[in-house]
Design a protein around this ligand. Structure first.
Ligand SMILES: [Zn+2]
Length: 123
């Protein structure tokens, strides 16, 4: 049993030795930017074919490869950031309208709370 594991060790150390003195291939950093302006830095070896787009590390939207100046390197169409519920709400109503509705609802809630039924009914 002991001999077998020793043999295993020797095999392992052999493969370590073979990787000694092997130079890592040159690497380059590439930046990708998504529609939300997040930057994702990816390192590729010189031999690798650098993809035009990559999944953003922050939001996982598709991010486009940037050139050295920080401009989009290719005319890749990257998907727009999905709108939040709040943004969609703002498309339907102005901020003033929303303020008005909020005040209305709060007054209603206060009145209901006074009557002691705030938790009894929803809306
Ligand atoms: Zn992102």
């Amino acid at each position: 049993m002991a001999q077998q594991s020793m043999r295993g060790m020797r095999l392992g150390s052999e493969s370590f030795e073979s990787s000694k003195g092997v130079n890592l291939s040159p690497r380059n950093k590439y930046n990708y930017r998504c529609a939300k302006d997040h930057l994702t830095e990816i390192v590729f070896s010189d031999e690798a074919e650098v993809p035009n787009s990559w999944a953003c590390k922050a939001c996982s939207l598709e991010a486009a490869l940037l050139d050295a100046e920080g401009n989009q390197a290719f005319a890749t169409e990257i998907p727009k950031a999905p709108r939040t519920h709040f943004e969609m709400l703002l498309e339907r109503r102005s901020r003033e309208e929303l303020e008005e509705i909020l005040t209305e609802r709060l007054d209603e809630l206060k009145a209901r709370r006074k009557r002691g039924q705030a938790d009894a009914t929803n809306n």
